[in-house]
Design a protein around this ligand. Structure first.
Ligand SMILES: [Zn+2]
Ligand SMILES: [Zn+2]
Ligand SMILES: [Zn+2]
Ligand SMILES: [Zn+2]
Length: 473
């Protein structure tokens, strides 16, 4: 029961605010542009990657460097078994000569004359391997011996990456050849046009002649380049890296179907799909996975090009320079749980409205919008009453505030200062199919002042509320 109630409270998709593009989204997924004075959703905004970084070592990378390394960190690895981060462990090993010297020790002590020859002490060498602190998987399980750091990292280097590099180069050749062919065709058609004009006796003016001449020169150089590239056939370029179909397949072992299956040696689907290129079937084939880079994203308004969200550049800083979230500007409307809807009856639903700002009061009106096409039930709200909310204060919200106006007290289910519950009645049709949906309009003046200093007038924000399923009689 508690789980159901929590699921209800955490379901943000029940109350959807209408964006300026008429799409509906939960308030937490919208931005409010202070320059256009409008809500902006993911489609109305432009997303840009500011910085690429590894969430483990917090090292930032520029875009070309990140692309060069296939958006993976060079130093951090994930456990292929449980996806935890692998830790680097060092072991101090003595060189191979050292055991021989210790064996010889008793002999040298027995013959003091032999001990006179100086024996250089063996210097211990540090070798490394990776280990998972969660499931205790180590790189030694995958057959990688302890190595020096550079050698160890090189051994994890994916051999497929060399093939991908070759493919990339091959496709670059093809793209370049296509582009030059297109330019050559264009310049050829322009030369033909000029010839036709000359044959007809039409004189070109100097500017157009010069421009066509320059195009012609560019076309010629492009033609020369295409001739050079023609030597490298696209098929030839790809031939070296192409997979070739073959009918010679290795036969399965005789005991393949009779051998008892040990599930502890078989990888799970998740483990296989994490390494898409290799898709290891057995646990011994698991290889450490390089950590995927994350990005810090900035968001711009498509209409006015101003930033709506801009994080700090430093990867260790989680703050934002600009953050115009709608959730911080508009009162949040939610459904208070504990109501039931009966088909063909008028039911009471409590809508809670909370003030997001910790410094200033906010006033609003909740107006029924029964003409909206998204609604299938009629709602009656106290449209003509303006409610005011105290600044957000978590300690204060524990106690009920005293409402001095008896009219407002009648309309309110509860008053927690910065959050109030407004009683609304919903008229559910008897033949309603599916969930009951109502629409309201929030009349509110956003907290932000306009950038040109002018005061922002009251705005209307259409809200679509999904009240859930309806009980029969
Ligand atoms: Zn804007
Ligand atoms: Zn939108
Ligand atoms: Zn890293
Ligand atoms: Zn692990």
């Amino acid at each position: 029961m508690l789980a159901d109630r929590m699921a209800f409270l955490l379901n943000v998709d029940r109350v959807l605010y209408e964006c300026s593009c008429s799409s509906t989204y939960p308030l937490c997924r919208l931005y409010y542009c202070r320059y256009c004075l409008a809500l902006r959703c993911a489609d109305c905004t432009q997303h840009e990657a500011d910085v690429y970084f590894c969430s483990q070592c917090l090292q930032s990378h520029m875009a070309p460097e990140a692309k060069l390394h296939y958006m993976k960190c060079k130093k951090c690895f994930e456990c292929p078994s449980c996806q935890s981060v692998l830790a680097l462990r060092a072991v101090t090993t003595l060189p191979e000569e050292s055991p021989k010297s210790t064996e010889k020790e008793p002999v040298t002590s027995a013959t003091p004359t032999a001990s006179a020859t100086p024996t250089t002490p063996a210097t211990p060498a540090k070798k490394y391997f990776l280990s998972c602190g969660n499931c205790y998987w180590t790189t030694k399980d995958a057959g990688y011996e302890e190595q020096e750091l550079a050698v160890l990292y090189d051994s994890f280097f994916d051999t497929e990456q060399a093939v991908i590099k070759q493919l990339k180069e091959a496709y670059q050749v093809i793209a370049l050849r296509d582009a030059t062919e297109k330019t050559a065709k264009k310049s050829a058609s322009q030369t033909n046009k000029r010839k036709t004009m000359a044959a007809l006796g039409i004189r070109e003016d100097s500017s157009s002649f010069l421009s066509s001449l320059s195009i012609g020169t560019r076309g010629m150089s492009a033609l020369n380049r295409s001739k050079q590239l023609a030597n490298i056939s696209a098929v030839d370029a790809l031939q070296s890296v192409m997979s070739v179909a073959t009918s010679d397949v290795e036969a399965l072992p005789d005991d393949y179907f009779t051998r008892p299956l040990d599930l502890s040696n078989v990888t799970t689907l998740d483990q296989r799909l994490r390494d898409v290129k290799n898709q290891p079937a057995a646990t011994v084939q698991l290889k450490p996975l390089r950590k995927q880079l994350l990005i810090k994203k900035s968001v711009r308004c498509k209409k006015c090009d101003h930033s709506l969200c801009k994080p700090e550049f430093s990867t260790s800083n989680i703050k934002f320079k600009i953050q115009l979230l709608a959730q911080l500007q508009l009162p949040e409307v939610r459904i208070h749980p504990g109501y039931s809807l009966v088909a063909g009856k008028e039911c009471e639903v409590v809508l809670s409205v909370s003030n997001p700002d910790q410094l200033s009061q906010c006033t609003f009106k909740l107006v029924a919008d029964n003409d909206n096409q998204r609604s299938n039930c009629e709602i009656t709200t106290p449209s003509d009453v303006e409610f005011s909310l105290e600044p957000k204060n978590d300690a204060f919200s524990l106690d009920d505030s005293i409402e001095t106006d008896p009219e407002k007290e009648r309309l309110l289910e509860y008053n927690h200062g910065s959050k109030i519950g407004i009683k609304c009645s919903v008229n559910v049709p008897g033949d309603l199919a599916g969930n009951a949906k109502v629409c309201v309009k929030l009349h509110h003046t956003p907290l932000l002042t306009s950038t040109d200093g002018s005061t922002v007038s009251e705005q209307q924000f259409p809200i679509c509320i999904d009240l859930g399923s309806v009980q029969g009689f």
